[in-house]
Design a protein around this ligand. Structure first.
Ligand SMILES: N[C@@H](CCC(=O)N[C@@H](CS)C(=O)NCC(=O)O)C(=O)O
Length: 205
């Protein structure tokens, strides 16, 4: 299988960490692609009309996206412990945590548009601050309510990879005054799956 990836994408890293955690990483040919709404990548658009990575090209040639769908597909390919619990409350907790992490990443990207990516004259600080507020509220929720410890699910993988990007791009200091989240993140970051998939590179608009 081929994975259209980006070395500085939180969503792409989530997929690759999930592949490492499930023992499937060796079956993926990882191909870096730069993407941006302002610089369409025709190779990516040919597979995903939204022009976004990650995209997984299955062995039968069919392209799968987005990151959450790819993770679910990969989770069906192995016989080990499932990253997405098959049923019960654990399933909904994991999927809700993943949704929260996706929302943090989406807001983080919106913050970067207003802070650095848009031409200066069309940046809107009110929107930047509103998106930062969402990130802060989501991090508070995780600090207070999420069950982070224990065997990692797709929820923890999504939170860790999103926070790694928030840290990498210096979007928001999520560790300040959130000791539980900070300690968990530090420990999770030492997992082999995380160490094998460090973020790198610049955004090109
Ligand atoms: N919901 C998607 C988001 C993917 C996404 O936004 N990817 C970014 C890279 S971090 C991208 O390719 N952006 C290009 C664009 O917005 O045109 C997922 O979870 O895979």
């Amino acid at each position: 299988m081929k994975l259209f990836y980006q070395t500085h994408s939180p969503y792409a890293r989530k997929v690759l960490v999930a592949a490492h955690e499930t023992g499937l990483a060796g079956q993926l040919e990882v191909i870096h692609h730069e993407t941006s709404p302002t610089r369409p990548n025709d190779d990516v658009i040919a597979l995903n009309p939204l022009g976004k990575v990650p995209v997984l090209i299955r062995d039968d040639g069919v392209a799968i996206f987005d990151s959450s769908v790819i993770c679910e597909f990969l989770d069906g390919l192995h016989a080990g412990r499932k990253l997405i619990p098959v049923d019960g409350e654990a399933r909904w907790q994991a999927l809700r945590l993943q949704a929260l992490a996706q929302g943090i990443a989406d807001s983080g990207i919106a913050v970067r548009w207003e802070a650095v990516r848009r031409p200066e004259e069309v940046r809107w600080p009110t929107m930047r601050d509103a998106q930062l507020q969402k990130i802060a509220a989501a991090c508070d929720f995780i600090e207070q309510e999420a069950e982070l410890e224990g065997v990692p699910t797709i929820g923890e993988i999504a939170v860790a990879t999103t926070l790694s990007w928030i840290e990498f791009r210096d979007v928001y200091d999520f560790a300040a005054e959130r000791p539980r989240l900070a300690a968990w993140y530090k420990s999770f970051s030492q997992r082999p799956s995380m160490l094998a998939t460090m973020l790198e590179g610049d955004t090109h608009d």
